[in-house]
Design a protein around this ligand. Structure first.
Ligand SMILES: Nc1ncnc2c1ncn2[C@@H]1O[C@H](COP(=O)(O)OP(=O)(O)OP(=O)(O)O)[C@@H](O)[C@H]1O
Length: 133
């Protein structure tokens, strides 16, 4: 008799809520996988902890928290997208190709831009407080 088909781990379980919960699981697995492989992301995690700690220490305003949260989310999102693009590029073009290089360079540029924006926000919010003014 034929073996029953192996369960397809890629197919989400039946039911809307179970599918949503499964999607969250995939997303957290992605964050975890990226954290394990990317030194830059671990640095962002460290910076996030420092910035949140400083935010509580100095009692920054709601608007400042909003700016800090958007900045942190932008940097994390850009770095995660960069990691995904790097992985896909390595899969599609393990050999040298000018378009593979362009894809990686442009993805890295997105991270740089997000990080510069976060640096400006962090500077405006925290430098006056760190200088005591
Ligand atoms: N297959 C390729 N073809 C052409 N150029 C590539 C290729 N792979 C990488 N490069 C070039 O080398 C640079 C560094 O690529 P690499 O994969 O080492 O990423 P990285 O910036 O070191 O990322 P990370 O440090 O986050 O792992 C790319 O930005 C690109 O310019």
């Amino acid at each position: 008799m034929a073996e029953p088909p192996a369960p397809n781990r890629l197919r989400p379980p039946e039911g809307l809520w179970r599918r949503r919960v499964a999607s969250f699981g995939h997303a957290f697995r992605g964050v975890w996988a990226a954290l394990r492989s990317e030194v830059h992301l671990r640095f962002h995690a460290f910076a996030t902890v420092v910035v949140v700690g400083l935010g509580f220490y100095y009692g920054i305003s709601r608007l400042e928290w909003a700016l800090v949260a958007i900045s942190v989310a932008c940097v994390w999102s850009a770095e995660l997208m960069n990691t995904a693009i790097e992985a896909l590029t390595d899969l599609a073009s393990p050999e040298y190709h000018v378009l593979a290089g362009k894809a990686k360079d442009v993805a890295a540029a997105a991270v740089l831009l997000a990080a510069l924006g976060a640096l400006v926000v962090g500077g405006l919010v925290f430098i006056p407080r760190l200088l005591g003014s």
